[in-house]
Design a protein around this ligand. Sequence first.
Ligand code: DQQ
Length: 489
Amino acid sequence: MEQALERALKRSETEGKWRQRYHFTPPVSWMNDPNGLVYYKGLYHLFYQYNPKSCKWDSMHWGHAVSEDMIHWKDMPVALKPDQEYDCHPEGGCFSGSAVEKDGVLFLFYTATTQIDGVVHQTQCIATSKDGMTFEKYPNNPVIKEPPQGFSNDFRDPKVFKHNGKWYMVVGGCIGSATFDGDGRICLYESDDLYNWKYKGNVLESNGKLGTMMECPDMFELNGKWVVTCSPMNHPDYNKSLYCVGTMDFENCIYTIEKMGNMDVGFDYYAPQSFTDKEGNRVLIAWQNGWLWMPWCIDWGPTSLENWRGCLSVPRKVQLDSENNLCMYPVKEVESLISQIVTYTDMEIGEKAIKLYDDPNRSNRIILKLDITKIESRNLEICVLGKESSYTAIQIDFLSKIITLDKSYGDHYEGGRMNCPFELHDNYLELCILVDHSSVEVYVNHGEKCITTNVYPEENQTECWIRTPYKKAVVDYVQIDFLTSSWEV
Ligand code: DQQ
């Protein structure tokens, strides 16, 4: 408990102009992937890749937080630290993994990384808990001691799930070199008891098309289809997180892909992991950042000046649309953050920008409903985290049907633009925009497309405005929500 208190106090000491208010961040220092997401004994548990010692990736621990609603979090003591021969590689440790409950016991599955005679070994291990607070590593770890024959040592990120009374695990793998010209795989294992695992085959193989290594794979059933997700290293189209929808023959390990797509077209969305919420919905949380093999990523952001680095996306409910495209939208629990709502209908917009709000708390949700028959202008621009010539712009081009998220004037750090094609439904377009201290997310048509990015504005960039470059537009509906913080300190 003392340790938890100490960490919570550190969080408030390290607030700064970029510290996220309602996106999960670590109390101090470095974090990356979400791990072990689970609803267990009345609480949501969030574990995450954590280096308590510095703002750089190194020596991975599992940080831990709990929540009653997946929005308001409470820091807990570190759950796993590298302290065994099999997981103590100084640049390794307890890598990503997942959690399941069996007979009231919480099982954490993680990749242990160590080095023997200069060679890195990645194996799959278990830690258990009866209260969700203290964890014991299984004495006979590792439970999967080596990758399948012919695979390289890049063998990590076990995601365990139950189907038809059997336990399954997907693990990321690679043939050849993960960092150069290898070929990514997602391996499938089966078990009756969670301790003994049998390799069944591969759910996904890159065959030169999907990257050199498939990190953080996941697999879940939705509307009778099987969704497979992963974060491929060196994907030729630089997809940070990829999804497939298809059918699965578990007996023969044959996955038939019917759809494939990019989960989020923004800059910062990696290693998403899914879990089932207490109402049975499938929910995803991702690391809102990315790695260096993504060419636009520079040093993972400047927030180390505030002694923290890395944040998570808000939980997103996952659904398939009528054509089996994956859609993701912030869970309804996000609404528990709302302190005030302002709405406008039939708002007339022209060249002169209309200020929608000036919020020093920089924590907002903006919902826009647009009927394009009421829009004469080809473009419409919404600027957030703005002050005069500094802002992040969401530009809608109704002719080419492209939304551009442009952060070229958003900060003094990185810049960049990304384009996202959209479709109109009966002439309507709906946008939901989430703004926090150092991120902007755009959800198009209730999550048909998502665009997520980090941006590092100055403290005075608190305004949001809307304008058209020429001609008029009438916006059917505008809703501005003012949001509170998720931290109970
Ligand atoms: N991060 C973890 C690995 C995983 C990678 C290490 C993905 O388990 O493959 O921190 O971001």
